[in-house]
Design a protein around this ligand. Structure first.
Ligand SMILES: C[S@@+](CC[C@H](N)C(=O)[O-])C[C@H]1O[C@@H](n2cnc3c(N)ncnc32)[C@H](O)[C@@H]1O
Length: 247
């Protein structure tokens, strides 16, 4: 294994993602010597200082997002990101604008899934910008460009295939998104509340985008312990997704 490579250590009840180095790192069950892991191959087993056995696997996109990304702002959940990919049919070599960056979850997800695409992401808050920058590097993605800029003041890129807005004042950025999009490109806006959605709807209709749709994705997780049934507690609401296209 190469120094700097990401590895997933997985047992039946816990998992960790580490970057290969010569250090000893802590798991939930004792420490592991990464210098030893470096000499092994994927699929090998490694024992921690307390005797717990982990299998060494290559981490995928979800492992990296769950284990390497430090959360600052509220992130978009996979069900909503999946819906954006499915409903826009975004090409693998697209130009994607994402504002605001927040934790960088959406940018990292899309950039890892579409490695030939370019993701440009705008974050106005300096502190969140610095956290997202670190998250992007630690997720090992190199096709994301992060800017510490206010998206309501303008989007510098042209011919975007997708502009994604997930921020408080999305309605103020709609006209800039319109100018940035290529013909046929998609604008997607995430609205956590109906109040936000109402403002967004007004702005989108004002600039005259086509194929206007609003979607709410409801995901209900089930438990399979003593009995099989829907979980009593869970994420009951995330947000609404507005879709529209430039024609
Ligand atoms: C809910 S978070 C975005 C989460 C992100 N979609 C993710 O999946 O990690 C909203 C972010 O937008 C940023 N933001 C708010 N207004 C902005 C603006 N005018 N321009 C750029 N970023 C902005 C906030 O600082 C915050 O970090």
């Amino acid at each position: 294994m190469k120094k700097g490579e990401l590895v997933l250590l997985m047992s039946e009840d816990s998992s960790h993602v580490f970057q290969i180095s010569d250090e000893k790192v802590n798991t939930s069950d004792g420490w592991v010597d990464l210098a030893e892991v470096k000499k092994m191959i994927f699929g090998s087993k490694v024992k921690t200082s307390t005797g717990k056995i982990f299998t060494i696997l290559r981490p995928n996109l979800i492992d990296v997002l769950r284990k390497r990304v430090k959360r600052s702002a509220q992130v978009m959940l996979p069900k909503d990101i999946a819906s954006i990919i499915a409903n826009t049919g975004i090409d693998p070599d697209s130009l994607i604008i994402d504002a605001g960056t927040g934790t960088g979850y959406f940018s990292i997800f899309i950039a890892k899934l579409l490695p030939k695409s370019i993701v440009v992401t705008y974050e106005v808050d300096k502190e969140f910008f610095e956290i997202a920058k670190k998250n992007i590097r630690s997720a090992d993605v190199w096709n994301v460009k992060i800017k510490n800029r206010d998206v309501t003041k303008g989007i510098q890129e042209k011919n975007a295939d997708l502009v994604m807005l997930d921020l408080k004042n999305s309605s103020l950025a709609v006209k800039h998104a319109y100018r940035s999009l290529k013909l046929g490109g998609w604008l997607v806006i995430y609205s956590p509340t109906v109040d936000h959605l109402l403002k967004v709807t007004k702005s989108v209709k004002k600039v005259g985008l086509a194929d206007f749709r609003i979607i709410e994705n409801i995901e209900r997780e089930w438990q399979s312990t003593k009995t099989i049934r829907p979980k009593t507690m869970g994420m009951m609401h995330t947000g609404f997704l507005t879709f529209a296209r430039k024609v």
